[in-house]
Ligand binder design. Structure first.
Ligand SMILES: Nc1ncnc2c1ncn2[C@@H]1O[C@H](COP(=O)(O)OP(=O)(O)OP(=O)(O)O)[C@@H](O)[C@H]1O
Ligand SMILES: [Mg+2]
Length: 154
């Protein structure tokens, strides 16, 4: 295993994995958040760490529902990997419209949905509650957001 803090410390081996898929209904946002938190509980995280994970998952799943599958219903794919060194990796994927310019989308206050009073802060929230956020997207194909969180003292 790579030492903590090294460049590749987020590539640690998975010890346990959960995959779920849910239709992009807003009622499933809470379900996704709760399921991820329940699975992570086996690592005995601090309450604040669980709150951070729930918040970041909530933002990513909401984005699948309101942007990726806007005006349609598709499937949201969530995979959680619990890795060596207390690292949690969460992949949240949709096969929706995709993002034209990921760099721009990740900027604080950038939104394509101001008419619905979105604030453009979802990616910023994910970044502040996680150790690393990766976004891969292709127009017309979909988006994958990967959240990494290292649990303290594990
Ligand atoms: N899964 C996705 N599919 C397509 N576009 C997305 C997706 N996630 C984000 N985006 C695009 O990136 C922009 C920024 O997302 P972000 O979550 O930061 O803000 P927001 O969703 O617009 O507002 P907020 O999250 O504060 O309610 C969105 O307005 C949207 O254009
Ligand atoms: Mg958002």
């Amino acid at each position: 295993m790579k030492p903590k803090g090294s460049k590749n410390s987020f590539t640690a081996q998975a010890l346990n994995v959960m995959s779920i898929k849910l239709p992009s209904l807003s009622v499933n946002e809470g379900m996704a958040r709760a399921a991820v938190a329940a699975f992570c509980a086996q690592l005995d995280p601090r309450p604040v760490e669980i709150a951070d994970i729930k918040c970041a998952v909530s933002e990513a799943v909401t984005n699948c529902i309101v942007h990726g599958y806007k005006n349609t219903v598709g499937i949201i794919y969530i995979t959680v990997k619990l890795c060596e060194g207390g690292i949690v990796r969460i992949d949240i994927r949709d096969k929706g419209c995709g993002i034209d310019d990921v760099k721009q989308a990740r900027m604080p206050l950038y939104t394509t949905d101001a008419e619905n009073e979105r604030s453009g802060m979802g990616f910023t929230v994910m970044e502040s509650f996680c150790d690393k956020v990766r976004v891969y997207s292709k127009c017309g194909k979909g988006t994958t957001v990967t959240l990494f969180k290292r649990l303290q003292g594990k």
